[in-house]
Design a protein around this ligand. Structure first.
Ligand code: BES
Ligand code: MN
Ligand code: ZN
Length: 493
């Protein structure tokens, strides 16, 4: 599939499907659309009348154009009120258009959309993002390729956006990262092991020229990473501590760290997940690490002026004779001791040592992403991630990045009083508090491993996976977090 930023006016475009984004205020038809309607003998107005198309956000329609015309199909995608159009509206509209064209077996699509924020470069970027993410199909684990023999959508022409090829490159880099994250999350735990995550990091390093350091178990022991290694103990698969670094040419403007939870499978450990708890979905427990590596792949291509460290303490939470026992006490790499009252609260144990490692790098800010708590899904549902920080600037920066990215976060409080729930008789803290406020105590636990660096924790347990097609997402891993991270790094630099 190729994108073309084209100067061809919609009236002159020839190809399979011409799809036009129409806001509610664009009706009744006027200007070039009246002319298009006349040239098509009133077909555009007929389509509008037939399906009672009003331009409502999320609506769409498509019809066949008679023989002899310069296009084969004519489609409409509703954008809602003009004043309410955001970059995300256009991502979703482009996704809807690409899906319509694909379903109707079109090889080429001409897409005509209004500008968002009066910015042709941004418009080009978000249209390309929406369409390419919608068209991403992951059939790696199917024995037969059902698309074989069918025609494929091969060209998308973004009409009236000629000259914005660098925005196509930006979109391509971001989608590369998102698709990597999606595929890492969707792949099962017998494929994406800690070693495979490290290999994915090695591939990024080799392709895009980043530095990579992978610490094995002994090296982590030497650094005193007892919390992380406690989690990894029972598995037959060795832990891999991944540290990928992007360095800009010249002196970096800022130094940033992104830390992702990388549990390639979370059985719960000896506090094993019971039937009905979704144990079969726990391959997604490396969604934070997937977003971290996805962001690395994008950032390596976009080359911002900040230095960025991408970190994941990858492991598998399993049971065996070597397993961590409930009640065991672990010592993290900052010397703090943890009574593990629940082996299923393992993500925070791995993150503890990863955060200590990140802070030692002397970075200006740390963002962690983790599929950390079921409680966050209970609170915010599947589409919204939790955001925890005590740093107002960082909260604002992530919120701005997230809005531009079209990803949803909701800030939850770091209520210090709730740390009482983690008090231990024998150690500095327990790893698990009471059920109420479970996402908050998890964030307060992480806080014990960051001293002074501005830090934000993102609980992405809900949005890293979707059962249903939604906008540009297809069932499976969503790549959630990548766009916000990339946006944040570009803006922070
Ligand atoms: N990986 C899970 C959280 C999770 C749940 C992610 C559902 C995605 C979907 C995490 O390690 C976990 O097991 N959390 C426990 C914490 C509890 C033991 C305090 C939970 O949420 O139940
Ligand atoms: Mn768990
Ligand atoms: Zn987990």
């Amino acid at each position: 599939m190729e994108f073309y930023a084209s100067n061809t006016p919609l009236l002159d475009w020839t190809g399979d499907a011409l799809i036009i984004g129409l806001s509610e205020d664009a009706l009744p038809l006027s200007g070039p659309l009246t002319e298009l309607n006349d040239r098509l003998s009133g077909l555009l107005q007929d389509l509008i009348d037939e399906v009672e198309f009003t331009g409502k956000d999320g609506s769409s329609a498509i019809t066949r154009v008679g023989a002899g015309a310069s296009i084969r199909k004519l489609g409409l995608v509703g954008l809602g009120a003009t004043a309410a159009i955001t970059p995300e509206t256009l991502r979703r509209a482009a996704a809807a258009a690409a899906r319509l064209a694909k379903k109707d077996r079109c090889v080429s699509l001409g897409l005509s959309m209004p500008l968002v924020q009066d910015d042709a470069a941004l418009t080009t970027q978000v249209l390309a993002e929406g369409a390419s993410l919608a068209l991403h199909q992951d059939n790696r684990f199917k024995s037969e390729d059902k698309s074989n023999g069918k025609v494929n959508l091969e060209q998308i022409h973004l009409l009236g956006l000629g000259g914005h090829d660098s925005s196509l490159h930006t979109a391509q880099a971001i989608c590369d990262g998102i698709i990597l994250a999606r595929e890492l999350v969707s792949a099962p735990a017998n494929v994406v092991t800690p070693e495979a995550l490290a290999q994915a990091a090695a591939d990024i390093a080799a392709t895009h020229g980043l530095e990579l350091e992978v610490l094995d178990q002994e090296q982590c022991e030497a650094l005193g990473m007892g919390a992380y290694l406690g989690v990894a103990k029972a598995s037959e698969l060795p832990p891999k501590f991944i540290h990928l670094t992007y360095k800009p040419a010249g002196t970096p403007t800022r130094k940033l760290a992104i830390v992702g939870k990388g549990l390639t499978f979370d059985s719960g450990g000896l506090n094993i997940k019971v039937t009905g708890s979704g144990i079969e979905m726990m391959k997604i427990d490396m969604g934070g690490a997937a977003a971290t590596l996805g962001a690395a792949k994008a950032i390596a291509q976009l080359k911002p002026s900040a230095e960025v460290h991408f970190i994941s303490a990858a492991a598998e939470n399993m049971i065996s004779g070597r397993a961590l026992r409930p009640g065991d006490i672990l010592t993290a790499s900052n010397g703090k001791t943890i009574e593990v009252n629940n082996t299923d609260a393992e993500g925070r144990l791995t993150l503890a040592d990863a955060l200590v490692f990140a802070e030692k790098l002397g970075v200006d800010a740390i963002v962690d992403l983790a599929t950390l708590t079921g409680a966050c899904i209970v609170a915010l549902g599947d589409d919204i991630a939790g955001l925890f920080t005590e740093n107002e600037d960082l909260a604002a920066a992530i919120a701005t990045a997230a809005t531009a990215a079209g990803e949803k976060f909701w800030r939850l409080p770091m209520e210090e009083k709730y740390f009482d729930g983690l008090k231990s008789i024998v150690a500095d803290m327990k790893n698990t508090g009471p059920r109420p406020g479970g996402s908050i105590t998890a964030a307060l636990f992480l806080k014990q491993f960051v001293t002074s660096t501005p830090w934000v924790h993102l609980d992405v347990a809900g949005p890293v996976w979707t059962e249903k097609e939604n906008g540009y997402n297809n069932p499976g891993g969503t790549g959630f977090g990548v766009r916000t991270l990339v946006q944040w790094v570009l803006a922070a630099a």
